[in-house]
Design a protein around this ligand. Structure first.
Ligand code: MTE
Ligand code: MO
Length: 331
């Protein structure tokens, strides 16, 4: 791809949105690749590893063009992390619970860029995908996202070419994608073709028009970057019929930083109880559990609420990470 303007064909120009697991099905700690959600705004491009290369340019000392072979010769790093879709950019406050916990491998971008040399003044990393087409009635030359370059200091940003120990499947970005752990999935550009360092944000449908949240109480917006604290029950499931007696309630909690506490309410949010919570390993989700012993016969609304180590808590309503609840009946 020496000529960055030559386009690959699209296998299909239709948006892809697959959600395979809902919270009651998230019984496994690690999400299998076949159970992973898939999002592609403009469809799936047809990319071959032989023709693929990654251009690194902009505010760098030595612009580079890496082939897939070059990439695989560099030190390989692994990371286990949550992977979460922010939901539809047309409806950004609707919770979707598109969340997974997976293992990636690839090249550490901070290490690579330190070899390439970052020029003074660089503040943003622009990432281009090979997919193009139309989204929300607007024609796009490429899927383009940006991240603050300072995110690299937090570690673990990869040019990923493996998912769960296998080459990236086509729909997940073959042959290589950007992976920004702790940021919403939208930032982890699949079918990566170009990384460009700049001194300002990128202007594109996916950076300027969409994926900016309103900041409550102001006219400002904030890019959809860091994952917000969230938690879901795996058990019980919505509308579960429970037999009277002690109940083992459990689920997963996650955020960009480690989750520090999860509270469970069994009375629709009137009172809250501290759940047991396992510590975080790398950037994975954390299991929480709560023994509920005093459930009387009838309907109960169970809620869970996570707070992360940055002090952020889930709001009850009005946000993609709004508190999750299930209504159960005790017989
Ligand atoms: N090139 C490209 N990368 C992309 C997208 C896209 O449409 N094109 N969708 C993003 C969104 S919204 C999400 S949630 C994740 C989904 O990654 P997955 O399909 O591998 O689960 O990819 C992101 N990367
Ligand atoms: Mo997404």
């Amino acid at each position: 791809m020496g000529d960055s303007m030559s386009k690959v064909a699209m296998k299909s120009g239709k948006m892809v949105r697959k959600q395979k697991l809902m919270p009651p099905q998230m019984t496994e700690r690690f999400t299998q690749t076949s159970d992973l959600f898939v999002l592609a705004h403009m469809g799936i491009p047809a990319v071959s590893a032989d023709d693929w290369s990654l251009q690194i340019d902009g505010l760098v000392e030595t612009p580079l063009n890496l082939t897939f072979e070059d990439l695989q010769k560099l030190p390989k790093r692994e990371i286990v992390t949550i992977h979460q879709c922010a939901g539809s950019p047309l409806n950004p406050t609707a919770p979707t619970r598109r969340i997974a916990n997976v293992r990636w491998a690839g090249v550490d971008l901070r290490e690579l860029l330190s070899e390439v040399g970052i020029k003074p003044g660089a503040t943003h990393l622009w990432a281009y995908g090979l997919d193009h087409g139309e989204f929300a009635g607007e024609a796009q030359e490429a899927y383009l996202k940006d991240s603050p370059l300072s995110r690299l200091d937090g570690g673990d940003v990869l040019i990923a070419y493996e998912l769960n120990g296998e080459p990236l499947p086509v729909e997940h970005g073959f042959p290589a994608r950007l992976l920004v752990p702790g940021y919403f999935g939208t930032n982890s550009v699949k079918w990566l073709s170009r990384l460009h360092l700049a001194d300002h944000r990128a202007t594109s449908l996916f950076t300027s028009r969409f994926y900016n949240d309103d900041v409550p109480g102001s006219d400002d917006t904030r890019p959809v970057w860091e994952i917000a604290p969230e938690s879901v029950f795996v058990s019980p499931a919505p509308d579960a019929q429970l037999t009277r007696g002690p109940q083992e309630i459990w689920g997963w909690a996650w955020s960009a930083s480690a989750v520090q506490s999860v509270e469970v309410s069994t009375d629709g949010g009137v009172t809250w109880n501290e759940a047991e919570l396992e510590p975080r390993v790398q950037r994975t989700w954390q299991k929480f559990s709560f023994s509920w012993t005093d459930g009387k016969s009838g309907a109960h609304e169970l809620l869970c609420r996570a707070t992360d180590s940055a002090g952020n808590t889930q709001p009850l309503t009005g946000a993609r990470n709004a508190v999750y609840g299930v209504t159960v009946t005790v017989n």
